[in-house]
Design a binder for this molecule. Structure first.
Ligand code: NAP
Length: 299
């Protein structure tokens, strides 16, 4: 293949089931992942399980927990599921307690649970704003706090990974609530890494790009469907990401080989968030992108 065939994009990743880390890297290690019954969280859980970890999945809905359990059991790895709403600190205390009873205090905590939906800012209800911020920002902090307090009390090292989003840096038109919450999550990584580093707790962020999965929300599915993959260069990588690539990044960050990396937020998106036009592209207002009519203060 030569450049005469046109740009080929970034190479495809190694197959599912492979790993850069040695087999057994996480033997005897418990990993707590919120929201790991679905989507990217499940993908992260699977990669940790493949490397020997015991997995604890925490989220609200039993159906999701069951799906996460099935994915981990398929790999023959130990798994515990705990019902938890990360908006509720008491629910988190009980959840981390249940996780510790199952496998001992987890050494790794992945704050993956979040909430999101597109809406023009002027149409966003105070309740919608509060809900997204409460789950994505407050919930992430409450889980990190509970997890760190237990490690501080036990004087044990730990690793926290907070899942972010690239609009933490850029703003996210149509997602003002989630973008603001994720900006808070990224900033929190930087504060907590410094506060807890002296006690052996590493804190990082991890951001996915466009990574299709069976639990995708309608807006992400629509984003994929709008483009013709035959003729549209959707992304600089000229392909979407895979869940295993995201999971590999998470396992690396929590591995012994990344212990001096802390306070960093790593973006796994094939440089999609950094793309710019050399000229100004047409501005399409969010209402128009969402096929909404003119603003109506009294719908
Ligand atoms: P997803 O499938 O919607 O997963 C979200 C998970 O969070 C669900 O399993 C849900 O489980 C859990 N959750 C929601 N509210 C909760 C609460 N109050 N308490 C406990 N658990 C709760 O989303 P995803 O696409 O996999 O995204 C995973 C992470 O990547 C999120 O942090 C998201 O912001 C981030 N991200 C995703 C994309 C993307 O393109 N997919 C892009 C940028 C960033 P229950 O309903 O059972 O509680």
């Amino acid at each position: 293949m030569s450049n005469d065939d046109g740009p080929q994009g970034l190479p495809a990743p190694p197959p599912l089931g492979s790993s850069a880390l040695s087999a057994g890297t996480f033997d005897g290690t418990a990993v707590l992942i919120t929201g790991a019954g679905t989507g990217l969280g499940k993908g992260i859980a699977v990669e940790f399980a493949r490397l020997g970890a015991s997995i604890v999945i925490a989220s609200r809905k039993q159906d999701n927990l069951d799906a996460g359990r099935a994915a981990i059991e398929e790999l023959g790895a130990p798994v515990e599921t705990v019902v938890c709403d990360i908006r509720d600190p008491d629910s988190i205390t009980a959840m981390v307690g249940a996780a510790s009873e199952a496998f001992g205090l987890p050494r790794v905590c992945v704050n993956n649970a979040a909430a999101n939906f597109p809406v023009p800012a002027e149409d966003m209800s105070p309740n919608a704003w509060r809900t997204v911020v409460d789950i994505t920002l407050n919930g992430t902090f409450f889980v990190a706090r509970e997890f760190a307090r237990r490690h501080l009390a036990a004087n044990t090292p730990a690793s926290i990974i907070n899942i972010g989003a690239s609009y933490a840096w850029t703003g996210g038109p149509g997602f003002a609530h989630s973008a603001a919450a994720k900006a808070g999550v990224k900033n929190m990584v930087e504060s907590l890494a410094v506060e807890w580093g002296p006690y052996g707790i590493q804190v990082n962020g991890l951001v996915p790009g466009l990574i299709p999965h069976e639990d995708m929300t309608a807006d992400i599915t629509a984003n994929l469907q709008r483009a013709d993959p035959e003729k549209d260069l959707l992304q600089p990588a000229m392909r979407v990401g895979t869940r295993r690539e995201f999971g590999w990044a998470a396992t690396f960050l929590a591995s012994p080989y990344a212990q001096f990396i802390s306070g960093h937020t790593l973006v796994v998106d094939g440089a999609n968030w950094q793309r710019r036009f050399m000229t100004n592209p047409t501005v399409v207002p969010v209402r128009q992108q969402m096929n909404r009519g003119p603003f109506n203060p009294d719908p």
